[in-house]
Design a protein around this ligand. Structure first.
Ligand code: PEP
Ligand code: MG
Length: 587
């Protein structure tokens, strides 16, 4: 009997889908004996330690050189960080003095000191520093291996195509991976900014990190799927899952093909209607991927992530640093910074928020910000200051009516006045928009348009409120339907009232990247699509395949159906005609 299928969710580290056999790495632990030393043995232990450092340093320099030649100088910089660990005299002095004081074998003392260092770094409230633990671990393991005289389990000797499964893959493991044979990897730990993630992207191997317990779920030789685009790993997939991922793999290849084919071409219809094509991000480090996928700007920068997983609030300076980094990197291309949207499924540890029955309809987003102007003002100041360094726009989430929009704008004016008073420069003409993601806002969008420079439709929330389906409840997920006629009518109303008032209308919810809906949205007159970077080339391809007139006809027809199912079928047929290879396998 086949083992049960298990699907695990982790952090997408490097895009692409791959299937293959699991190869377990790094589970081997060195057995370190606690041995007491006689006085005369101490000089010999000191020498052994110093020799192992010299050997480790030589190995790292060697890998660094190999990496420079095979991958690039920038990636090889990781090993400069490793050299710094070896040269850290505090760590090494501590080993030597403890060795002399405790008179225990040097492996044992070294491992003890290393554990202490790792504990100190784990407790630091800084993601970047925490992720440097893997550097210390990597170097530490290498020193131990040299002290013991153990043989390295070399990934470069793998003779068949495998997916590497490991607790953590150190940069040196990754560097020696033989690209042809390691076709993907998955690890228990690691974050988006971990070196392993950075290296996986350079090697163009699909990878998922931060899976927590993948090493305990996978056995050597198990069939595994790594979906590095969405951060999923499936162990022992069923035939149905294999079919799904085979399709996903094809889709990925199609996207890559479009990306190359459309590079540098504008996002416009055959009759030259220009569409703004933007990307959604959560972290400044995603900007290179946004640019690589050919986005024209950032249509949604979700800022709440700066506030999460920490005990204190981010300072104005810290936020300014993040927003201005994005602004500078995007140069003249626009970046829409969305103000804090906590609540719903995103919680902050520093506010002991009361548990709510309906968190998605609770004290979240702009409601929280208006109740806590002290917190809101700090963010607005940081965004405005950063606006002097690029083309920033600002938008408020979860606006339900005109009073909220006015109240938020009043606070913004206060902050602008205080910056002027302090002679701090900012973009005085910064565009300010409202997210339209609550039905009452959609239905009064004509009123809101008078107070906003643009609208961005947040379909993730809008749909859940329109059809009354909690967006995270699996049981009723079948009712969460972007093609529902009620949803389409509301979207049309928002676009029309925005245009009637002379403002542009974009969409930053997931629906904007749903290829089955692109033609309808285009035909309804949507001015901007803000999608995840990987969906950019598909949307561009679709837009470039039709005239605006054709899209308008498709939208008008789509609005005549009475069920979402009929709308879906019609939209897929329309897509099949416009871009056949994208529609393949969609229904
Ligand atoms: C949305 O609701 O569509 C949206 C983009 O915001 P979030 O997913 O962050 O709620
Ligand atoms: Mg939302």
């Amino acid at each position: 009997m086949q083992d049960k299928e298990i699907a695990l969710k982790g952090i997408p580290a490097s895009p692409g889908v791959i299937m293959g056999k699991a190869f377990m790495v790094g589970s081997e632990q060195y057995v370190i004996m606690k041995r007491h030393l006689a006085d005369e043995e101490i000089p010999h232990e000191v020498k052994r330690f110093k020799d192992s450092l010299t050997r480790t340093k030589a190995e790292i320099l060697d890998i660094k050189k190999k990496m420079e030649n095979e991958i690039g100088a920038e990636e090889a910089q990781i090993f400069s960080a490793h050299l710094l660990v070896i040269e850290d005299s505090m760590l090494m002095d501590e080993v030597l003095s403890k060795l002399k004081k405790d008179r225990l074998s040097v492996e044992y003392v070294f491992q003890d000191v290393l554990k202490k260092y790792i504990k100190i770094f784990s407790d630091i409230d800084d993601e970047y520093l925490r992720e440097r633990i893997s550097d210390i671990n990597d170097v530490g393991k290498r020193i131990l291996k040299n002290l013991i005289g153990a043989k390295e389990k070399s990934l470069s000797t793998i003779s068949e195509k495998v997916i590497v499964i490991s607790y953590d893959l150190s940069p040196s493991d990754t560097a020696i991976m033989h690209k042809k044979n390691v076709i993907g990897f998955a690890t228990d730990i690691g974050g988006r900014t971990s070196h392993t993630a950075i290296m996986a992207k350079s090697l163009e191997i699909p990878a998922v990190v931060g899976l927590e317990d993948v090493t305990s779920k996978v056995k050597e030789g198990d069939e595994v799927i790594v979906d590095g685009t969405h951060g999923t790993v499936v162990i022992n997939p069923t035939a149905k899952t294999i079919k799904k991922y085979t399709l996903e793999k094809k889709r990925y290849a199609v996207r890559e093909k479009y990306l190359k084919e459309l590079k540098g071409l504008p996002c416009e219809t055959l009759d030259k209607r220009k569409i703004m094509l933007s990307a959604n991000i959560e972290f400044p480090m995603e900007v290179p991927s946004v640019l690589a996928h050919g986005a024209h700007g950032i249509g949604l920068y979700r800022t709440e992530f700066i506030y999460m997983n920490r005990k204190d609030l981010p300072s104005e300076e810290e936020q300014f640093e993040a927003y201005s980094t994005v602004a500078k990197k995007m140069k003249t291309q626009p970046v829409i910074v969305r103000t804090l949207d906590l609540g719903g499924d995103k919680f902050l540890s520093q506010f002991a928020l009361p548990e709510e029955m309906n968190p998605f309809m609770g004290w979240r987003a702009i409601r929280f910000c208006l109740a806590r102007p002290d917190v809101f003002k700090v963010q607005l100041r940081a965004i405005l200051r950063a606006s002097a360094y690029g083309k920033l726009k600002l938008m408020y989430p979860m606006i339900s009516g005109i009073q909220e929009l006015k109240a938020a704008n009043d606070i913004l004016e206060d902050v602008k006045a205080s910056l002027k008073k302090d002679s701090i420069s900012f973009d005085e003409n910064i565009e300010v928009g409202a997210m339209i993601e609550i039905p009452s806002a959609a239905l009064t969008s004509d009123v809101l348009a008078g107070e906003a420079d643009f609208f961005s439709i947040g379909t993730n929330d809008l749909i859940q409120y329109v059809v009354a389906v909690d967006r995270v409840n699996e049981k009723i997920a079948y009712l969460y339907d972007p093609a529902h006629p009620g949803v389409l009518r509301l979207i049309k109303q928002i676009i029309d009232s925005g245009h009637a008032a002379g403002i542009w209308v974009g969409m930053c919810g997931e629906m904007a990247g749903d290829v089955t809906m692109t033609l309808v949205l285009l035909g309804m007159g949507l001015d901007e699509f803000s999608v995840s970077p990987i969906a950019i080339s598909e949307v561009k391809k679709i837009v470039r395949s039709v005239t605006f007139e054709q899209a308008k006809e498709i939208a008008a027809k789509a609005l005549t159906f009475s069920t979402g199912e009929e709308v879906q079928k019609f939209c897929i047929d329309a897509l099949k005609k416009a871009v056949p290879d994208l529609a393949e396998g969609l229904l």
